[in-house]
Design a protein around this ligand. Structure first.
Ligand code: NAD
Length: 269
């Protein structure tokens, strides 16, 4: 059976764990070659385990070390991907991290580190992807678009988050980066959208789900009454990368079990 993303190549940043690993497996199951990006040697084993699962399930890919906040490394990752697979069709800008602090104690290093990965990383990777999409253009039989970018944002592109000003600022920035790029490149058939996860069970938020008490507390924020899993995000990523969503551009898609519905007002505020 023809798979939705057959013959296409996707780079997924930060794919050695959590949502990125899940998205890489979902895109590979849909037929894409996947570049499983990881940032440092310490994350290599995780990336290789994801690759092994992808290959075991009949997919194709490579694990690739690159720090998304480094311009030179990002340029090399795109150039190498083009030489391995011929082109890049899909970019999932997933790499992200937190360095939480009360604002009055937040250091410039904590601020710059989070902005450097979460926002500048998305700028650098999107720019290289767009250069490649513009070079190739739309190829009949490949996809209706010249390329697709999926930004991993967060409910915190709209929900303020005390104690996490650097993270919330980075995700607010991701929202207008995405929308500005979508507006700038729509006529050239490049689609850019964001997925805004709510609470997805991954290493980034372990303290919010690892004890029954913490999970119970978390569930008060989620009307749908369950924590999300990486497949919830992978399914949406496959759809956004495929021609089924060809008329979707510049959208923030909240995958959050209703976290953005002001759950405090469920019982009339
Ligand atoms: P995670 O910690 O498992 O994944 C983050 C990944 O980014 C890691 O694999 C890490 O190695 C990678 N990374 C960090 N710095 C990097 C760099 N410089 N270059 C390349 N990769 C780098 O956590 P996750 O929950 O899977 O997070 C993935 C994305 O989803 C992040 O952007 C995060 O902000 C977003 N998100 C997660 C949740 C959630 O509930 N888990 C909610 C909203 C948004």
């Amino acid at each position: 059976m023809e798979k939705k993303l057959s013959g296409q190549t996707a780079i997924i940043t930060g794919a050695s764990s959590g949502i990125g690993a899940g998205v890489a497996k979902s895109l590979a199951a849909a037929g894409a070659n996947v570049v499983i990006n990881y940032p440092v040697a310490g994350a290599k084993a995780g990336a290789e385990a994801v690759l092994e699962e992808v290959i075991g399930a009949g997919g194709n890919g490579v694990a690739y070390c690159c720090d998304v906040s480094s311009e030179a490394e990002v340029k090399k990752m795109f150039a190498d991907t083009v030489s391995f697979f011929g082109t890049v069709d899909i970019l999932v800008n997933n790499a992200g991290l937190q360095r939480d602090a009360a604002f009055e104690t937040m250091t410039l290093e904590q601020w710059n580190f989070v902005l450097g990965v979460n926002l500048t990383g998305q700028f650098l990777c999107s720019r290289e992807a767009i250069r490649e999409f513009l070079r190739r253009g739309v190829e009949p039989g490949r996809s209706r678009a010249a390329g697709k970018i999926i930004q991993m944002s967060s409910v915190h592109e709209v929900i303020p988050w005390a104690g996490h000003a650097n993270y919330a600022a980075s995700k607010g920035g991701v929202m207008l980066l995405m929308k500005s790029l979508a507006q700038e490149f729509a006529s050239r058939k490049i689609r850019i959208n964001s997925i805004c996860p709510g609470a997805i069970q991954t290493p980034i938020n372990r303290q919010a789900w690892e004890t029954p008490e913490a999970l119970q507390e978390l569930l008060t924020l989620i009307p749908y009454q369950r924590i999300g899993n990486v497949e919830d995000i992978g399914n949406v990523a496959v759809w956004l990368a495929s021609d089924e969503s060809d008329y979707v551009n510049g959208a923030s898609i909240f995958v959050d079990g209703g976290m953005t519905l002001y759950p405090g007002f469920t019982t009339n505020g």
